[in-house]
Design a binder for this molecule. Sequence first.
Ligand SMILES: Nc1ncnc2c1ncn2[C@@H]1O[C@H](COP(=O)(O)OP(=O)(O)OP(=O)(O)O)[C@@H](O)[C@H]1O
Ligand SMILES: [Mg+2]
Length: 341
Amino acid sequence: MSDRNGETAAGSAIRLDHVVKRYPGAERAAVDDVTLAVEPGEFIVLLGPSGCGKTTLLKMINRIHEPTGGSIHIDDIEIHDLPASALRRRIGYVIQQTGLFPHIRVEDNVATVPSLLKWDKSRIRRRVRELLELVGLPPDQYARRYPMQLSGGEQQRVGLARALAAEPTTMLMDEPFGALDAITRTRLQSELRRIHRQLGQTILFVTHDIDEAVRLADRIVVLREGRVVQFASPLEIVTAPADSFVADLVGADDVLRRMSLIPVASAAQGGLTGRSSDLEEISGSAFLRDAIGQMVETGADRLAVVDEDGRPVSELSLDDIHDAVGEHEPAADPTVSAGDQ
Ligand SMILES: Nc1ncnc2c1ncn2[C@@H]1O[C@H](COP(=O)(O)OP(=O)(O)OP(=O)(O)O)[C@@H](O)[C@H]1O
Ligand SMILES: [Mg+2]
C-alpha cells in the first residue's frame, strides 16, 4: 500500500480453512470449523461474547496454539511451512496487558524482535526512534524510561510500537485498548487507523466493544460459540444483522449508531428540484448523523446532496432519514429460542 523508503508494506492475505480447536478434555470446540478469507491490508475486527474463541483464533494464527483441524495460510503459505523467525517477523502481536518487560527500558522493549532477529545495532536504534515517533511518544522523552514510569495509554503505545518493530505484514491485536479510559481509547483508535492507512498491514483486532468495532473495521467477524455467524461490513452488520444474536450483540436497533453508519447518498430519495440550488448542501459521503446535525443547526428539513465535485445529485429530506433508519428492523430469528441467548 504505502511505500516506506521503497519497502513494500502491503499486508498479508490470511486464509483459514475449516479451522477447529478443541482443548484437551473440553466438551465443545473453542473454535468450531471457521473458514475466513481476509484480503491484504484489511482491518478486520473479531467481535463476540466472552469465551467465543477470539483469543484462541489469534493464537492459532501465530502458532501459540495448534489447531486440532483445518489449515491456516498467510500469503498462500501454510503457517507450518514458515520457519518460526519468519512467522515472528511477519506477525506482530499486541495483548491487553501490553506484556511489556517491566525491568527493561522502553527502547529495549520496542527492540525485542529486531534483537532476536539479530539486526545490527544502529539499524535497531533508528527503527526504535522511528516507531516511538510513529506512536506519538517522542523518543528523547520516552526511550530511556521503564514501563512503570508510563501511563496505561503510553504503555499501550509502547506495546503497539513493539509489535510493529520488525515491519510485520500482519498485526494481531487482542483487546489492546480494553483497560483504557474512553478518551484515551478513542485517541488510540484514531491513531491506529492513521498508522494502518500509512503502513497498510492486515490487522485482526479483537474487541467486545461494538462502537470500537464499527469505528475501526473494514469488515467485522461476529463469532458465537466458536463459529462465524456473520462476516460483513459494519454498515451491513448493523443494518442487516444475520440473526437476532447479532442484532442484540451490536444493538442494531440503536438509531444513533445506524445514523452514524448510513451514508447520506444511500438514504436520499428526492430527485433534484427547482429548489435544490437554494438548499444547504451536504456531501453524499457524509453520514445521516451529520445531516441531522446540519438540519437542526439550520432549521431546514431538506438538504441538497452533492457529489465529490460539489455537484447537486439529489435531495435528502427528514422523511428519507426516518425511512432509512427505520427500514431495517432486525428480523426475528426462528432458530434462536428465547432461552438460548
Ligand atoms: N488454554 C486453554 N485450555 C483449555 N481451554 C481453554 C484454553 N484457553 C481457552 N479455553 C477455552 O476455550 C474457549 C474460548 O476461549 P477464548 O480465550 O478463545 O475466548 P475469548 O473469545 O477470547 O474470550 P474473552 O472475550 O473472555 O477473552 C473458552 O471456553 C475457554 O474456556
Ligand atoms: Mg480473549
